[in-house]
Design a protein around this ligand. Structure first.
Ligand code: ADP
Ligand code: MG
Length: 829
C-alpha cells in the first residue's frame, strides 16, 4: 500500500486548522522503499492527527528515525502548503539545513525552487518555495520583520534537544506567537522535534505553554548496540587510541562501517591520514580524500604541468599597484592537488546498490579502508560523500566531529569508536573571555553516539574510557544560553520591543549576571537608552535591566552581525569608510581566514611542506599589512589586503590555495559583504552604496578613521603594553594589561603586530590557550589596532584613569563618540 495515502485528513470540526486537500507526491520506487523502512512512517497517521488537533506538538525520536526528512513531507501531503503559507524548519547547524533540504527535495522529486534552504550567507529560496529549511538564526531575524510569521503555516523547530541559544529563544517567542495567530483566525502549527528525552524544559514549563503539548514518541527501530568500555581511561592520547581501535576492528571484525568521534578538524585530518597510510588503496585507485592523496607518478607529472600553466595564468591578472602578490616560488613543490577534488572513485559506484550478497561475515585484513573526514567546516561536496555507498570491496570509515552525533545520520555504520570528548567553547561570564576546551561529553551524548551503531543492524560501540568515568559524566549538557554572552540576543529582543527581558519565557533563563553584562554593554554602545540616574540604587539597577532600544540600537539590530560590529557599521558613514568597515566586519565574523599550517604532521616530508606553506603565508601577510599609517591597522589591514588581493584575482580556489587563504572563508566574506551592503542601503536614506569587490587600499586618512571606528565597537577591549618600570616579574615580559583582567595578556604570534608591540592595541577577543592571547574570534589572527590618543593628554595617565575607575566601557563609549563627532547613519523615516 502507498503509505502516504493514510495521511488523507479526516473530516474536521475546526476547518481552519485542517487543510482539506491531499497533495500527491511522485516518489521514485527506491526512495519509497527506503522510506518504508523508517520507523516514523508507521506513525504518520498518529502524528498528523495530533498536529491537526493541537496547535503545538512535540515529537521525540531516536536519531535516524526519519523526523527531519519525513515530517515536512507528511505536512506537505496533508495539504499544509496548498493555500498561502509554507512550512518552515529550523536547524541549529548550517550543515543540516543545507543537506536536509537537498535530501527532502530528492525524496519528493521536487526542485530546489520548491524545497529550499536559507542559511546566513546563502540560500535558494524562491516565490515557489513551499518547504524551507533554515538555521534558527535566520528565522529569528524574520520574526523582527514580521512578528506573526504570517508566511508560515507550520514551523518545525528541529533538534530542540541541542538547546542552541536561538532555538531556545524561538520556542519562547513562538509560545506567544501561536496564541496570537489563533486569535487572528490564522492558526500556526508549531512542531518541536527532539532526539533525546528531557523535553520537560519545554513541556512542563508553565511560563512557556498554557496547555501542555502532547509528546509523541516515535518508536525507533534501533538495533541493540553492545557497549564496550575500556578498562582504563587513556589520559591524553585518545587520538592514538582511536587509531589502534579502528585497526583492530578493521582487521578482526566482520564488515560494517566504522564511525569515529573525535573533537576537532585537525585531529580528524591527522587520524584520516594515519588510517589511509595503514590501509591504502591499490595504486590506481583515486578514492579517498583529496587532501592527502598519494599521487601516482603519472598524476604528479600532470599536476606539475598544470601548475606551470596556472602560474602563467595567474600572474598577469594581479594589479601590483593595489595588492602586491609574491610570485610562486620555484621550489614550491608541495601543493595538494586541490583542483582534482571531484575525481573520487565513489561517484562511479553510486548506482551499484547496497551489495547485500557481499555482506558476508568475513574478516579480511587486506580489505582497503575507505576513510572520509566529516566536520562542519568541510566543503559541502566533501561532506556529501559520507551518504554514498563506499566503493565495492572497501569498508567505510568516517572520522567525524560532533556533527555526526545527531544532525547527520550516516548509513551503514556498525561500529562506533567514541573518544568521549568534545571541543567546546567556554566563556567567562563577566569578561566574556573565551577558550576552546576539550571536555568529557554528557551521558546523553555518549548514548547518542553509541546509538549511531545500531541503525541498520546490531552494532558495537567502543568507548575509550571506563564505565567509572562514564558514571561521572553529567547527565545532559547545559543549554547554550546559560553559558555564553547574550548581548546580540538581548539587542534582538529589545528590537522586538521586549524590554523586560527578565520576564521572557525562556525554556531555561540565562544567568542574571550575563543579562546584566549584556545590558551594560548595549548601553555603553549606545544601543539602549540610558536610564535616568535618579532614585535609589536598587531602582537604578532595575531600570538598567529594562531599558528601551535607542534609534542607534534599531539601526544596529538590522545588521546581521553582533552589536559591537553593528556599531562600527553605524559609525562608518563618513569619509567613504563604509566599504572598508563592511569588509573588516565581514572578515572578523568569519571563521578561520587563513589555512592552519601549525598542525601536527604525519611525516617529515609533510613537516617540510607545511613549513613552506606557512612561510609563504607569513610573507604575504607582511605585504598585505601595508605601509605607513596603514600598518597601524595591524591585522585588520592584513585582512583587507587578503580580501582585496583575493578578489582581484577573481577569488579562485587556486589563488587561495597558493596564498594560504581558506577558500570557503573567502566566499563567505564575499557573500557577507554583499549582504551587509544591502543592509546598509536599506537603512540609510541616501547611501546608494556600491561595494566594489576589488576595492583599493584605504588612504592614510581613512586608515586613521577606521581605527577609531573599530575602537568605538571594541572600546572595552583596549590593552596597554606593560612598561619596563612596571615589570613585576618575568611573566609580564612583553605582556599587555587589559581593563577586564588582572592577568598578563599577549599578542598572538600569528599577529603582524607580534614583534612590533605597540603601546596600545585593541583586540577582538582574548582566547586562553597556553597563555591568554588576544586573538580574533577563532582564527590565528589578531585584529589588533594601534590607538591614537587625544593630543595633550598623557596617554598612560589617561588609560590609568579608566583602570582606576573600572568603568572602561562607559568612558570609552562616550570617548569614541567625541572622536567621531560627525553624524551617525540616518534612520529611514
Ligand atoms: P532524524 O531526523 O530522525 O534523525 P532523518 O530524517 O535525518 O532522521 O534521517 C532519516 C534517514 O534518511 C536516515 O536513515 C538517513 O541515513 C537517511 N538520509 C538522510 N539524509 C540522507 C542523504 N543525503 N542521503 C541518503 N540518506 C539520507
Ligand atoms: Mg533530524
Amino acid at each position: 500500500p502507498v503509505v502516504s495515502q493514510q495521511a488523507a485528513p479526516a473530516v474536521s470540526s475546526k476547518p481552519s486548522c485542517k487543510p482539506a486537500v491531499f497533495v500527491p507526491v511522485d516518489r521514485s520506487p527506491e526512495i519509497q522503499e527506503a522510506r518504508l523502512k523508517l520507523p516514523i512512517l508507521a506513525e504518520e497517521q498518529v502524528i498528523m492527527e495530533a498536529i491537526n488537533e493541537n496547535p503545538i506538538v512535540v515529537i521525540c525520536g531516536e536519531t535516524g528515525s526519519g523526523k527531519t526528512t519525513q515530517v515536512p513531507q507528511f505536512l506537505y501531503e496533508a495539504g499544509y502548503t496548498s493555500s498561502n503559507g509554507i512550512i518552515g524548519i529550523t536547524e541549529p547547524r548550517r550543515v543540516a539545513a543545507v543537506s536536509m533540504s537537498q535530501r527532502v527535495a530528492k525524496e519528493m522529486n521536487l526542485s530546489h525552487r520548491v524545497v529550499s534552504y536559507q542559511i546566513r550567507y546563502e540560500g535558494n529560496v524562491t516565490d515557489e518555495t513551499q518547504i524551507k529549511f533554515m538555521t534558527d538564526g535566520v528565522l529569528l531575524k524574520e520574526v523582527q520583520k514580521d512578528f506573526l510569521l504570517l508566511k508560515y503555516k507550520v514551523i518545525i523547530i528541529d533538534e530542540a534537544h541541542e538547546r542552541s541559544m536561538y532555538t531556545d529563544i524561538l520556542i519562547g517567542l513562538l509560545s506567544r506567537i501561536v496564541p496570537l495567530r489563533e486569535k487572528k483566525g490564522l492558526p500556526l502549527k508549531l512542531i518541536i522535534m527532539s532526539a533525546t528525552l528531557r523535553v520537560e524544559d519545554f513541556t512542563e514549563n508553565t511560563r512557556l505553554f498554557a496547555v501542555t503539548p502532547p509528546v509523541l514518541q516515535v518508536d525507533a527501530r534501533q538495533f541493540p548496540v553492545t557497549v564496550h568500555f575500556n578498562k582504563k581511561t587513556p589520559l591524553d592520547d585518545y587520538s592514538g587510541e582511536c587509531f589502534r581501535k579502528v585497526c583492530k576492528i578493521h582487521r578482526m571484525l566482520p564488515s560494517g562501517g566504522i564511525l569515529v568521534f573525535l573533537t576537532g578538524q585537525a585531529e580528524v585530518h591527522s587520524l584520516c591520514r594515519r588510517l589511509r597510510k595503514a590501509f591504502p588503496f591499490q595504486k590506481n585507485s583515486t578514492a579517498g580524500d583529496d587532501d592527502d592523496r598519494k599521487e601516482s607518478v603519472e598524476e604528479m607529472r600532470k599536476f606539475k604541468k598544470s601548475r606551470r600553466r596556472r602560474k602563467a595564468a595567474t600572474l598577469p591578472q594581479i594589479n601590483l599597484d593595489n595588492y602586491a602578490v609574491v610570485p610562486v616560488d620555484e621550489g614550491d613543490e608541495d601543493r595538494d592537488a586541490e583542483t582534482d577534488d571531484d575525481i573520487a572513485g565513489s561517484d562511479v559506484d553510486l548506482d551499484l546498490g547496497d551489495g547485500d550478497s557481499e555482506e558476508e561475515e568475513k574478516s579480511d585484513s587486506s580489505l582497503p579502508l575507505y576513510v572520509l573526514p566529516l566536520y562542519s567546516l568541510l566543503a559541502p561536496e566533501k561532506q556529501a560523500k559520507v551518504f554514498r555507498p563506499p566503493p565495492p570491496g572497501t569498508r567505510l570509515c568516517v572520522v567525524a566531529t560532533n556533527v555526526a552525533e545527531t544532525s547527520l545520520t550516516i548509513p551503514g555504520i556498525k561500529y562506533v569508536v567514541d573518544c568521549g570528548k568534545v571541543k567546546k567553547r567556554f566563556y567567562d561570564k563577566i569578561t566574556g573571555v573565551s577558550s576552546f576546551r576539550v571536555t568529557w561529553i554528557s551521558q546523553a551524548s555518549a548514548n547518542q553516539r553509541a546509538g549511531r551503531a545500531g541503525r541498520t543492524e546490531p552494532g558495537h560501540c567502543y568507548r575509550l574510557y571506563s564505565s567509572a568515568v562514564f558514571m561521572d559524566f553529567e547527565k545532559f549538557s547545559a543549554p547554550e544560553i546559560t553559558k555564553r554572552p547574550v548581548e546580540d540576543l538581548i539587542l534582538q529582543m529589545k528590537a522586538l520591543n521586549i524590554e523586560k527581558v527578565i520576564n521572557f519565557p525562556f525554556p531555561t533563563p540565562p544567568p542574571a549576571e550575563a543579562l546584566a553584562a549584556a545590558e551594560e554593554l548595549l548601553i555603553a554602545l549606545g544601543a539602549l537608552k540610558e536610564p535616568p540616574m535618579t532614585g535609589r540604587l536598587k531602582e537604578q539597577q532595575a531600570a538598567k535591566l529594562s531599558c528601551p532600544i535607542s534609534p542607534l540600537g534599531r539601526v544596529m539590530a538590522t545588521f546581521p552581525v553582533a552589536p559591537r560590529y553593528a556599531k562600527m557599521l553605524a559609525l562608518s558613514r563618513q569619509h567613504d569608510c563604509l566599504p572598508y568597515t563592511i569588509t573588516i566586519v565581514s572578515a572578523m565574523t568569519v571563521r578561520e581566514l587563513f589555512e592552519e599550517f601549525d598542525r601536527p604532521a604525519a611525516s617529515e616530508e609533510e613537516t617540510v611542506k607545511l613549513k613552506g606553506k606557512k612561510g609563504r603565508l607569513v610573507q604575504m601577510q607582511r605585504i598585505w599589512a601595508g605601509q605607513g599609517s596603514l600598518q597601524k591597522l595591524g591585522d585588520l589591514m592584513v585582512m583587507l589586503g587578503a580580501v582585496g588581493a583575493c578578489e582581484y584575482s577573481g577569488c579562485t580556489p587556486k589563488f587561495c590555495e597558493e596564498n594560504g587563504l581558506r577558500y570557503k572563508a573567502m566566499l563567505e566574506i564575499r557573500r557577507l559583504r554583499g549582504q551587509l551592503t544591502t543592509a546598509v542601503n536599506s537603512v540609510c536614506t541616501d547611501a546608494g552604496l556600491y561595494v566594489d569587490p576589488k576595492m583599493k587600499p584605504p588612504t592614510e586618512a581613512q586608515a586613521t578613521y577606521l581605527r577609531q571606528i573599530v575602537l568605538a565597537g571594541l572600546g572595552d577591549h583596549l590593552a596597554r603594553r606593560v612598561q619596563a618600570e612596571e615589570l613585576l616579574d618575568d611573566k609580564w615580559k612583553n605582556a599587555y594589561k587589559t581593563a577586564l583582567l588582572d592577568d598578563p595578556v599577549f599578542i598572538h604570534p600569528s599577529s603582524v603586530l607580534f614583534k612590533q608591540l605597540p603601546d596600545f592595541v585593541v583586540y577582538q577577543e582574548i582566547v586562553e590557550t597556553t597563555k591568554l592571547y588576544m586573538k580574533d574570534r577563532v582564527s590565528w589572527q589578531l585584529p589588533a589596532v594601534e590607538v591614537d590618543y587625544p593630543e595633550g593628554i598623557d596617554r598612560y595617565k589617561y588609560f590609568a584613569r579608566f583602570l582606576l575607575e573600572g568603568k572602561v566601557i562607559e568612558k570609552l563609549g562616550s570617548y569614541s563618540q567625541c572622536l567621531l563627532s560627525s553624524p551617525l547613519i540616518m534612520l529611514k523615516t
